[in-house]
Design a protein around this ligand. Sequence first.
Ligand code: SF4
Length: 442
Amino acid sequence: MALKPLDIFKYLPKTNCKECGFPTCLAFAMQVAIGKVELTKCPYVSEEGKKQLEAESAPPIKTITVGNKEKINLGGETVLYRHEKTFYNPTGIGVLIKEDMSDEEIDNEIKNLIEFKYERVGLVLKGEFIGIEDKNLGKFINIVEKSFNTGKNLILISDNIENLKKAVDICKEVRPIIFSMNISEHLINLAKENQLPIIIRGNSFEEITKNVEQVQNKGIEDIIIYPENKEISELFKNVIYIRRGAILKRIRSVGFPILIIPEFLTDDYLKEGIYAGIFVAKYGSIVLLSKIRGEVLFPLLIERLNIYTDPQRPMTTTEGIYEIGKPNENSPVFVTTNFSLTYFIVSGEIENSKVPSYLLIQDTEGLSVLTAWAADKFNAETIANLVKKTKIGEKLNKKVLIIPGVVAQIYGELQEALPEWKIVLGPREAAHIPSFLKNVEI
Ligand code: SF4
């Protein structure tokens, strides 16, 4: 969290000695606050002052990184509401495998977690976590081995410290999160020796802060909070208290990512999915489902994509030439903007038309066609420049450039700017591209 100049100023000696290159300590503090100068430029800040400033400038919710192949950051959020800034680290979604499940069920859940993935706007959406719960039936280690081989991130849940140690030995390279009801010295040592995050449970805000402070006092810094309420209203209330406590009151003992296991709230799998959705939106850093099924996983992944997309920055596609089908020297060239949704809709419709084509994408800073045209970022001049810059004409015998129908106004000017090209006015809606290509002679 950004510090204010006066927060920094109070730790400076106020001698105005100018050694930092600034005329006064306050001027120096102002530059440090906006990130232009490092605090170390003043040689007179005490060690205590440095520590204090570091602590005060740390994000209110700690960022914890786990995983190896599928590295994921948990926590690290700075606001209560997404519209205030953005949410940074998407909720990790996964499945909780219990040792008393049949071997077939276990294999199925692991397989589903790996296989259920969806491509949307150029991103692969999928679950990332496997929680494994030991029930002292002798299969725990075997499930850990199987789960480790998937490359997914792991949460090891066991009250048997020997089993936990064996499990950690198998999978420590993915930095598993460990969870035991029994916070013993052995558990603390296991977490410390392997630098692993540890889950701390509690029924209420008070119990959670007390339990977290206990392990913090033993030198554990990476903590995940697990509010273990069995009623949705209680759980929701506690999660909100935790987030508000961390962000608004800067209570350090609740400034950690939160684990949610909605299956303990209901026996109904679809209801569990709804509860999971509540905590994807409201502050769950990890949500573990009882099983992985498309009808629940897919909406959660889409919800997560929406919630964790920066509302102030549109999603964009890289400027350049995209080949759809196998275009040749007689294929038409479409042009549009780099707003991701525009790109995916237009490219999808060209693909549907089965006419191999080139798609030229212009960087309009993520604006859609009409908005970019209104902002003068998508006009005859910018398109002509892009055509020249990409040298797409060199790939073609027949130079046909199809522009979106909604920018018919630029037709004449563009034809003048690109005299060797035939400019064609395309349909106003991308959905009409297949019929357009069928009916219009290019
Ligand atoms: S070097 Fe330190 S004490 Fe000297 S003016 Fe700069 S901030 Fe103040």
